[in-house]
Design a protein around this ligand. Structure first.
Ligand SMILES: Nc1ncnc2c1ncn2[C@@H]1O[C@H](COP(=O)(O)OP(=O)(O)O)[C@@H](O)[C@H]1O
Ligand SMILES: N[C@@H](CCOP(=O)(O)O)C(=O)O
Length: 319
């Protein structure tokens, strides 16, 4: 569970009348999530998610998230809706943190999704990328390749001592990502950038909605697709599931066919996407954040997925 900042009921009772959502019934810290402090807030009018932002996001970046969620929801893509206060403001401050209040979606996430669920996510992501055509705001990738060199440098002394082979793998993957993906021009626009199974809620087989837009940014679409393919179509020992991969790519392409440049970039994108989460998970493990309850996800899965993509090309059979 990640709750870094404790919210007291008394503070909330003072804050809540700014919203037309009735009096508080219950406030409960949420057990999932790594980055921010999340609470489920039940009021007389319904259930909401209260997020206290724990990163250095500026109000301008939060405005991007609020505008993006509203843009997608208006176009029929299921996702949470930001709640504005009586002055029409969606970004607030609570316990000295920037704070967002959004609608709570029903349903639950599946740790091990099946092919039908992966296919729906492929379709959802393609629709999001299509919605990018009419979304004018921009945000640089807060977890993009320009951060990776610094993270690796910070981990290098320990990796040199404990796992020099892994250090070599990460260094060469970083070089390939920069040269083979991020130096190449490709279609881009708003991306979710963290579309993992724990960020999608289902009612049985039916996708209810996608949550957690905190890493959403302007990026190459093929990289966003690669993040989702790694997250939805590999098991925790880094073995791919051919059926899920095929269904997810087919369903993505039914809404947004991959242009030739993206087909060529899919393999480097899969490697870069695996590297991104191998690095952040290793970094969180080596330099844990302090908080009331903190979750850390195992880096090994993503190191294995990265090794897999270095040795195999799953992109071409998917054409
Ligand atoms: N709008 C929402 N509707 C329902 N549940 C949500 C919503 N937003 C967050 N959650 C719950 O809170 C958990 C943590 O949220 P998440 O956004 O992933 O955390 P973080 O802010 O740390 O990235 C999710 O796994 C989910 O269980
Ligand atoms: N999906 C990432 C973790 C991102 O953190 P969160 O706060 O959005 O849950 C991973 O699996 O490493």
């Amino acid at each position: 569970m990640s709750v870094y900042t404790l919210v007291k009921s008394a503070d909330l009772n003072e804050w809540l009348p700014r919203f037309a959502i009735g009096a508080m019934r219950q406030l409960q810290g949420i057990t999932e999530g790594l980055t921010n402090s999340n609470y489920r807030l039940s009021t007389e009018r319904g259930d909401y998610i209260l997020t206290l932002i724990e990163t250095a996001e500026e109000d301008e970046e939060l405005r991007y998230l609020v505008a993006l969620m509203s843009h997608l929801a208006l176009r029929g893509l299921p996702c949470p809706l930001p709640i504005c206060d009586i002055d029409g403001e969606a970004i607030h401050r609570l316990a000295q943190r920037p704070t967002l209040l959004v609608t709570c979606l029903p349903g639950r996430s599946h740790e091990t999704p099946n092919a039908a669920q992966a296919a729906q996510i492929g379709g959802w992501l393609a629709q999001m990328h299509r919605c990018a055509e009419s979304f004018r705001q921009q945000r640089n990738n807060p977890h993009g390749p320009n951060r990776w060199g610094g993270m690796l440098a910070r981990m290098t002394p320990r990796l040199q001592q404990e796992d020099p082979d892994l250090l070599m793998l990460l260094r060469s993957a970083l070089e390939s990502a920069q040269q083979e993906l991020f130096a190449v021009d490709a279609p881009r626009g708003c991306c979710h950038a963290d579309l993992f199974p724990d960020n999608a809620l289902f009612d049985g087989e039916r996708l209810v909605g996608v949550i957690d837009f905190h890493y959403a940014c302007d990026e190459r679409f093929v990289y966003d697709l690669a993040i989702a393919l790694n997250a939805w179509c590999f098991d925790e020992v880094g073995t791919p599931d051919a059926k899920r991969l095929a269904r997810m790519v087919a369903s993505y392409q039914a809404t947004r066919p991959l242009p030739p440049v993206e087909r060529r970039l899919l393999r480097p994108a899969l490697q870069a996407a695996a590297l991104r989460f191998a690095l952040s998970r290793l970094h969180d493990e080596m330099f844990p954040r302090t908080g009331h309850q903190v979750t850390v996800k195992p880096p090994e899965t993503y190191i294995r997925i990265l090794r897999y993509h270095r040795e195999h090309d799953i992109a071409h059979p998917l054409d």
